[in-house]
Design a protein around this ligand. Structure first.
Ligand code: PMP
Length: 405
């Protein structure tokens, strides 16, 4: 097992300074840093075998195509999906959800139907469904939460009906770190044969990556939140449903034969990968997943568990600090406010101390409003963070309190 000091050396950005202070990067729910092996893997693509995939007969194109398809196989194995055809590369979670909202919606959603989401969703898992409902005359239903951000499950079961076409929920709230009972949500929906899309943007990097275990029908995540590059993401879908869906976008690679009279479409997964895809990104993402395997998922989990407990105890002792999620979050994402201090002011002061946190509504405006807030300060940690960094955060918060009182 690598020592934390060795792990941190893999992420060179972690040893940089801002405003002359050592960087304390606690904005991992927004995006994670990249280990040097990911940067090197992408550098290798551009310096050694850059060529368009699935198109050329030449050596470089073959090599790039092979690396791209190997990346797909790595993702398949990581997600525990049964077939490579079920793995579609997209620009990210947002791209994946929009693909389903458009394509599944085109085929299966009609006037009077219903789509169910939860109050805890990121805008990316709200707006595509609103757009679909507007196009089709369908209705968006929202599972409520209690004051502690927990889903009101009985309300959900009451909402499911013959009109429900799809349920789309997040694994983890990006705004509060609350983990949703996704397996139970899926079980309930499946009793009515309703498919479920899981937004894995905040769960995938915390070991919630097994699609067989949850039996979800769709799973969406972004490479940049799991130590991979930006601009690449994945949509997993059960083959049977993907086969029944029309293409999302038209263009190169997604076709079998084109004439001016009629076009036939390529097989899965290419049917959903129109145009030149972000193949260097896919290769970088596969390398990130290898890195996690090499580091050890259980070890990573134990590091994050330690940070979670340590941070929770430390934050709980600060007078006037109120956690937005109520009780202990399921992952090391802490969303809070300081009595009498605007979250934005707190974020500015912390920034000047070298501490990167996020402030605002975290692209989850309806949830923040439901909690009666106008924003929070969010510190999101991952396995490369340290207890010392948490101590720096706590000192920083105390500095903020001293300044405003
Ligand atoms: N869903 C959740 C829960 C998220 O946290 C995010 C990113 N903050 C997204 C969706 C959107 O991800 P991306 O911007 O990478 O498409």
């Amino acid at each position: 097992m690598k020592k934390i000091t060795e792990i941190r050396k893999d992420f060179s950005i972690l040893s940089t300074s801002v405003y002359g202070k050592p960087l304390v990067y606690l904005d991992n729910a927004a995006t994670t840093q990249k280990p040097s092996c990911v940067i090197e893997a992408m550098n290798e693509v551009y310096t050694e075998y850059n060529a368009n995939v699935h198109r050329g007969v030449h050596f470089l194109s073959d090599k790039a195509s092979e690396a791209y398809e190997n990346a797909r196989e790595k993702i398949r194995s990581f997600l525990n999906a049964s077939q490579k055809e079920e793995i579609i590369f997209t620009p990210g979670t947002t791209g994946s959800i929009n693909l389903v909202a458009y394509s599944f919606g085109e085929r299966f959603v009609k006037k009077g139907d219903e789509i169910i989401i939860s109050t805890l969703e990121h805008h990316s898992n709200i707006v595509p469904w609103q757009m679909l409902c507007d196009r089709k005359g369908a209705t968006l239903k929202v599972i409520p939460v209690d004051d502690n951000c927990r889903l009101v499950f009985e309300e959900y079961t009451r909402m499911l009906s013959k009109k429900t076409r799809l349920v789309a929920v997040t694994q983890v709230s990006n705004a509060t770190g609350v983990v949703l009972p996704v397996k139970e949500i899926i079980e309930e929906a499946h009793r009515y044969n309703i498919p479920v899309l899981v937004d894995g943007a905040q769960g995938v990097q915390h070991g919630m990556n097994d699609v067989m275990e949850t039996d979800c029908d769709f799973y969406a995540f972004s490479g940049h939140k799991i130590y991979g590059p930006a601009g690449i993401g994945v949509l997993y879908g059960k083959r049977e449903i993907l086969e029944s869906m029309p293409p999302f976008q038209g263009g190169g690679d997604m076709i079998e034969k084109v004439t001016f009279e009629k076009t036939t479409y390529n097989a899965l997964p290419f049917k959903f990968e129109a145009g030149t895809t972000n193949f260097p990104g896919a290769i970088g993402l596969a390398r990130a997943i290898d890195y996690l395997r090499e580091t050890g998922p259980e070890y990573i989990e134990s590091l994050e568990k330690d940070l979670l407990g340590y941070t929770w105890s430390a934050l709980s002792e600060i007078p006037g600090l109120k956690m937005a999620g109520g009780s202990v979050p399921g992952v090391p994402v802490f969303s809070f406010n300081l009595e009498g201090v605007h979250h934005y002011d707190a974020g500015m002061v912390l920034d000047k101390l070298g501490i990167a946190v996020r402030t605002g509504n975290h692209c989850a405006q309806p949830l923040i409003e439901r909690l009666g807030l106008d924003g929070t300060i969010r510190a999101s940690l991952c396995f490369y963070n340290t207890r010392e960094e948490v101590d720096t955060l706590i000192e920083g918060i105390n500095r903020v309190r001293d300044m405003f009182f």
